[in-house]
Design a binder for this molecule. Structure first.
Ligand code: RNT
Ligand code: ZN
Length: 418
């Protein structure tokens, strides 16, 4: 028995005293696929090569060398990162991260031919592929509006893009054999106080209804709608606010996408999960970290992430909560961002799966003193010994070895991209 196994056995003994089966917790980890956000690898630029800069109220800061310049390089980087990660993964794409463009064919007419290399890659690796239409970084995002624009021709263009991406999501599901989550986030909003908030919201609802009018197989595509509180240039009001989308999702039986950077700083996304699941709602999580604002920092193992993981584990019903990363940091090695973010999410899930049942016992007995003490006590239980065992079970090297592999990959590949 090696040192890791010995420490794991000891940890199992300790957790048994708290009503936790650590062996079962290790097995349960694979019930939670994590979707990597491909757009971290290309700084949300996409590959249309039309020169459109990033708009829509998001911002990527930093200029670390080696950004993926095309979908093949992006897949290489994802392959590299996923080799160093434990547990099941999916990959999420944006609607402009095409393999190729065709003359005269714009986003409203994209189809699976624009993404066929992605479909083949996912099928070959048995990796599920999610999709998100890109309602931004395009001239038809006009005065900050897309699906809610007063000009029907502009709305129709974006409705076409939404329909096209949903068909691509269905094609991804067919080729990979895994359900594809198609997430709709539109940047529509106002920098300063709008006179009319109601009309754009009515138009957004109509446009979404037009997109979803086309039937898709629920076993292949799960539609999600993502709310946002503000963006750069939409500080005063967003058309697709949380109130709007929570109601829309309930009325139209869609998943609600909760992005951790899209709420007031003191508002917790973790707190929302049980409220939505208790009423049979489905949730797509955009796991992110805002620093002072919706800065989309790489996630780290902090209290909020651990709170989120605890709620995921308690509310998870197999197909009601989907975990997707959403951050974009161009100041560090982009593959390291995926690796750091996915490992942090996995650690938080491990800690949540190991949560002592004695906490619940105390609560059931109305003993809130014991509940508080037990919650604090849990923080010093040997979860790291179980985590190390889980990593070695999946053949994941140490963090030092991962850093070495990242350094070698950037010397051999990334830095040669110029
Ligand atoms: C924008 C939303 C959205 C984006 C991606 C790139 O703030 O979070 O999910 O991150 O569409
Ligand atoms: Zn998001």
């Amino acid at each position: 028995m090696n040192k890791t196994e010995e420490m794991f056995r000891n940890a199992c003994e300790v957790y048994r005293e708290y009503g936790v089966d650590a062996v079962q917790a290790v097995k349960a980890m694979d019930a939670f696929p994590i979707t990597l956000n491909a757009w971290q690898g290309d700084d949300v630029q996409g590959f249309e090569n039309t020169g459109h800069s990033l708009t829509g109220g998001c911002q990527v800061t930093g200029s670390y060398p080696g950004c993926a310049r095309n979908s093949a390089e992006l897949r290489d980087d994802l392959d590299f990162a996923m080799k160093l990660l434990p547990g099941p993964h999916k990959v999420g794409l944006q609607g402009h991260e095409v393999d190729r463009m065709f003359p005269g064919r714009d986003r409203d007419a994209f189809d699976i031919d624009n993404f066929s290399d992605w479909a083949a890659w996912g099928a070959d690796r048995k990796i599920g592929l999610d999709m998100a239409p890109a309602f931004y970084s395009h001239p038809k995002l006009d005065h900050g509006l897309s699906l809610s624009h007063p000009d029907k021709a502009i709305r129709d263009f974006w409705i076409g893009h939404g329909q096209a991406m949903r068909r691509v999501a269905a094609a991804f599901a067919k080729s990979t054999g895994q359900k594809s989550v198609c997430n709709f986030w539109a940047p529509d909003g106002f920098k300063d106080t709008p006179a009319d908030r109601l009309s754009p919201r009515r138009r957004l609802a109509e446009s979404l209804d037009a997109i979803f009018a086309e039937a898709v197989d629920d076993n292949q595509v799960l539609d999600a709608v993502e709310s946002k509180l503000f963006g750069i240039g939409t500080e005063s009001s967003t058309v697709g606010s949380h109130d709007f989308y929570l109601r829309y999702a309930a009325l139209r039986d869609k998943a609600i996408c909760l992005d951790m950077g899209h709420f007031h700083p003191t508002e917790s996304v973790a707190e929302k999960l049980s409220a939505i699941v208790a009423l049979q709602g489905k949730i797509l999580l955009h796991v992110s970290r805002g620093v002072r604002w919706d800065s989309d920092h790489v996630i780290v193992l902090n209290d909020e992430l651990q709170f989120l993981a605890r709620e995921i584990v308690r509310c998870f019903g197999g197909d009601n909560i989907f975990i997707a990363l959403d951050f974009f940091d161009a100041s560090i090695n982009r593959t390291a961002a995926w690796i750091t973010g996915s490992l942090a999410m996995r650690k938080a899930l491990m800690i949540a799966l190991l949560e002592p049942r004695t906490i619940d016992d105390a609560e059931i007995e109305w003993n809130f003193t014991a509940r508080l003490l037990r919650q604090e006590e849990a923080k010093s239980l040997p979860w790291a010994a179980v985590w190390q065992y889980y990593r070695e079970l999946h053949g994941i090297p140490s963090d030092t070895q991962i850093l070495g592999a990242i350094g070698e990959y950037e010397r051999k590949t990334l830095f040669k991209r110029g």
